[in-house]
Design a protein around this ligand. Sequence first.
Ligand code: COA
Length: 341
Amino acid sequence: MAIEIIATGRAIPPKRLTNDDLADRLDTSDEWIRSHTGIGARHMVDEGVVTSDLALEAARNALAMAAERMGVSGEALAQSLDVIVLGTTTPDYYGVPATACIVQNKLGARNAAAMDVTAACTGFIYGLETAAGLLTLNRSRKRALVIGAEVLSRLIDWNDRGTAVLFGDGAGAVLIERTEASGDGRVRRGLLRTVLEADGSGAESLMIRRGGGRYPYREGEAAESPRVEMDGRLVYNFAVKALTGTVEKLLAAEGLAIDDVARIIPHQANARIIQAAGKRLGIPESKFFLNIEEYANTSAASIPIALDELNRAGELKPGDLIMTIGFGGGLTYGGNLIIWQ
Ligand code: COA
């Protein structure tokens, strides 16, 4: 049995905001943002567009890719889905309903269970393992969509230059399937291994404080909007350690060397975090895929967006061993080792 990624999709809002656009309204500059983060631009949704809209578009694109190959319609494929797992920090609604349920309805995936995963920028890593686990546990389930989708522009304090310059909106999706490809136990394919970790002692270093039970709305009090708050320095140090440690753990668990890995697809938080981790590990920068210059940090969406970009560009070859690494609020971190189909 194997859990294989059989298709990918993404959704990027057309509206693009460059660093210079931000510098017009904030005390910052293109030079500072590029030199401290590697970010050149970010994409933002228009008024009225929410996370489920981007998630739906990414999901439809992934389904269309698989449907074409299978010679069926995207709608028929949607009906065959057993599970939808959606990682997000910016759900359409807090708590209820899950954004995944909104996507499930609009896709017409009436046979699919649907749930959100709250693991911030590690949402896709946690989501992929969750969906793979659900397909593995019950053999009546075969197919799942794993989506990472965010509209971070809604939860950013646009007056805080420490966070406003870092984030962007977008969504990515992968369609996974339980296959019998390695039934004989000799050929290994698909999702080989996942590492999932958390350190809740760092919860306050990256959080959306308001909008939950700790700071509820009270009659008569001025309600402040929920927004991302971050201790940048602390998160930076955590991220370098999380990235480095996860690469080492995944390799050690499978008895592999870094040369066995074709591509590392890290969460796109800051190019300097990736460069620092690469230096510590002695891994050339070219091994890491980076698209942060165009999209900034899209949290749970960054890894599936990157997977779709690489996949559609034909840069992932059958048999390639790829590694995804996520880290973020929670604090959470982890990674997947995948043999591309
Ligand atoms: N433009 C211009 N100057 C800025 C700025 C901006 N957008 N943001 C901060 N600064 C200033 C600070 O005010 C400070 O000025 P001061 O020395 O006069 O006080 C100076 O730049 C240095 O600030 P500092 O916070 O120490 O910068 P840094 O080198 O740590 O870089 C981050 C800041 C946010 C880029 C960096 O800490 C980081 O990337 N952290 C991780 C963030 C992250 O990835 N979060 C998501 C994880 S999933």
